[in-house]
Ligand binder design. Sequence first.
Ligand code: ADP
Length: 273
Amino acid sequence: ILSFIEVKNLTHIFRENDEKKTEKKALDNINLKIDKGEFIAIIGVNGSGKSTLAKHFNGLLLPSEGECIVDGMKVDDSEDIWKVRQKVSMVFQNPDNQIIATVVEDDIAFGPENMGLEREEIKDRIEFALKSLHIEHLRKMPPHLLSGGQKQLTAIAGAIAMRTQCIVLDEPTAMLDPQGRNAVMKALKELHEKYNITIIIITHFMEEAVQADRIIVMNDGKIIQDGMPKDIFKQKENLKKIGLSVPLAVDIVDALQKKGLKLANVFDNENLA
Ligand code: ADP
């Protein structure tokens, strides 16, 4: 059986249209399987290919070589790409670029309206999206009165209203304050646990990555590690080698404790300084 997302021998080359025809191999022969209901964090230094990989999951970028298959559908330039985009939604870093309507509920309605759904169905979907993210109180709010975190929750609600099965988030908390970051992470965990939505989050906050069930480490266009957080963080030296700043152990321990995990699993015999 196919996994929900299957990436096979994926290479992506950016070709500049300048005189030199500069080429940059951003992804180098990536193989990856993601199952429905997984909660995955992708980490790696700037320029390692995280965004480029994520953009293949819903056809914002297409492979130079190899392929990406989503729920059995090949992601390519066919007219059916909207079917892939209905299954996999993307949320980006800048919360200010994501809301287009003048109030929250109209923004959430935007996708379903474009699908040509019945009024009642659209209303139901807005209600469900607001409720599943606990933002019913924001429904009439204009975007400029929202915090960064609330804006990201609104963007996520838009995806939920599309009945997306998977949300890919590219550093969604990078521009948020700690409160907003917590709110977004909490919402993602709940969507994952309660509704089995597949979550793929690119983050440079290790306290966030450690909350995923699986961490993919990228470097120089390749996946160099793929495993459970406790195994990835056991090999801290590998992360340091590629220039990833390893966070204070206490931050990770704190995040893990919230998740009910034992810190001994992560930092065997390590000095928690
Ligand atoms: P990350 O998300 O890990 O920071 P990216 O996927 O954004 O990395 O970038 C991977 C590599 O591809 C980098 O070297 C980056 O400069 C290059 N790159 C990304 N987008 C483009 C683009 N539109 N045109 C040319 N090169 C790009």
